[in-house]
Design a protein. Structure first.
Length: 378
């Protein structure tokens, strides 16, 4: 969350000081109707060698092959069984045939069942594998969309090849991506690290102890879990020290803001201010805005799922507030003021929202939040 004070930070800090003191369709083919003389049982005429209407002489029905074979076997057996020795041999052969007739189907059925069982298991495992792959891809998509929408457009993002592909598909420029390949380098040089199963396997415990101790957002669960982490350029210990100092500075500035008569804070937003949970860019922007127009803070945005303690709230809903003898500033005036700010104080998005019968501006800053804007770097 590193950052530096811009050239126009002087008026902003004077503002803090002032605050402290103040279905299928038609067209299917129809089946062709049978033509006369072509249907089943129709009499055929004009065949070669037969005149039309010429009667075929009646013939006795021919015996079936089954009858012929049965008669042949009966006559052969009758002649052979007249010899006692031949009779014994035939009985043994018949017994063997009966045994094989029972054993072969049993063996075949066992083999078919075993094969079917293995096929079923294989199909089940393939289905689970496909479901797991689908889940991993869906989680990558969620994380990639969040980064594309929430992370500053000039931040370098470190990711494994599959995650980098998902980020590009979500609109993150390839020039912002630091691809982490197995056994190659580390995430230093980036500001955001996408932690997937592959990255966890590659860096192990060093992820939190050395490179990236803070989570901005998390998606999925188990082996498919993906975390969006902030990279600590000077190591975990130095980063956590800076974060603690920044929280303390936010807490002090938030308490001072509550005493500014030009800023009206809804009860629901007071707790976040006194707890030091509000992004320093929001704090400075509201104080600066209050010098020109009285302003009201309706609420602060929620935290992303899985975010670590100390990660600030980067959005707020604000309105113009009435002042003695003056009407509240319009949304157009407030929007123009906000969009005229320079980085890092210019919001990423300023959106008009309806709050019941009122209109407000939803103001949001990109991640990660910078350190040092309130005068303390730890």
């Amino acid at each position: 969350m590193g950052g530096s004070r811009p050239a126009d930070a002087g008026p902003l800090m004077r503002g803090v000081a002032a605050a402290a003191t103040s279905a299928r369709g038609p067209g299917a083919a129809k089946a062709a109707a049978p033509q006369p003389g072509t249907g089943p049982g129709a009499r055929q005429t004009g065949a070669a060698g037969l005149g039309t209407g010429q009667a075929r002489p009646d013939r006795p029905p021919q015996p079936s092959w089954g009858t012929v074979l049965a008669t042949t076997a009966r006559l052969w057996t009758k002649r052979r069984l007249a010899n006692p020795k031949t009779r014994v041999a035939v009985v043994l052969v018949l017994a063997a045939i009966v045994f094989l007739g029972a054993a072969v189907p049993l063996a075949l059925s066992g083999g078919v069942f075993h094969s079917h069982e293995e096929t079923s298991k294989g199909g089940s495992q393939t289905g689970l594998g496909a479901a797991g792959a689908f889940t991993a891809a869906a989680v990558r998509h969620q994380a990639a969309v969040w980064v594309a929408q929430q992370v500053s457009g000039d931040v370098v993002v470190a990711c494994d090849p599959a995650m980098c592909g998902a980020l590009q598909a979500a609109g993150v420029a390839a020039g912002r991506l630091l691809v982490l390949r197995p056994g190659q380098g580390d995430p230093l040089g980036s500001e955001i690290l996408l932690v997937t199963a592959a990255v966890r396997s590659q860096f192990g415990s060093r992820l939190t102890s050395v490179y990236a101790p803070i989570v901005l957002a998390a998606f999925g669960s188990g082996s498919a879990r993906i975390e969006v982490r902030v990279v600590a350029p000077d190591g975990t210990k130095a980063y956590l020290t800076q974060l603690a100092a920044d929280v303390a500075a936010r807490r002090s500035a938030g308490a001072a803001l509550l005493h500014n008569s030009s800023i009206r804070v809804a009860p629901a937003a007071r707790r976040e201010l006194t707890a030091g949970q509000v992004d320093p860019r929001l704090l400075l922007m509201v104080v600066t805005l209050s010098h020109a127009y009285p302003v009201g803070i309706v609420s602060f945005g929620g935290q992303a799922s899985g975010a670590s303690a100390g990660v600030p709230l980067r959005s707020a809903e604000i309105t113009g507030a009435p002042a003695p003898g003056h009407r509240p500033a319009s949304m157009r005036v407030l929007r123009h003021f906000l969009n005229a700010q320079r980085t890092p104080y210019r919001p990423a998005t300023v959106t008009t929202v309806r709050l019941g019968s009122r209109t407000a501006l939803d103001v949001e800053y990109p991640a990660p939040s910078p350190f040092g804007l309130l005068g303390s770097r730890g």
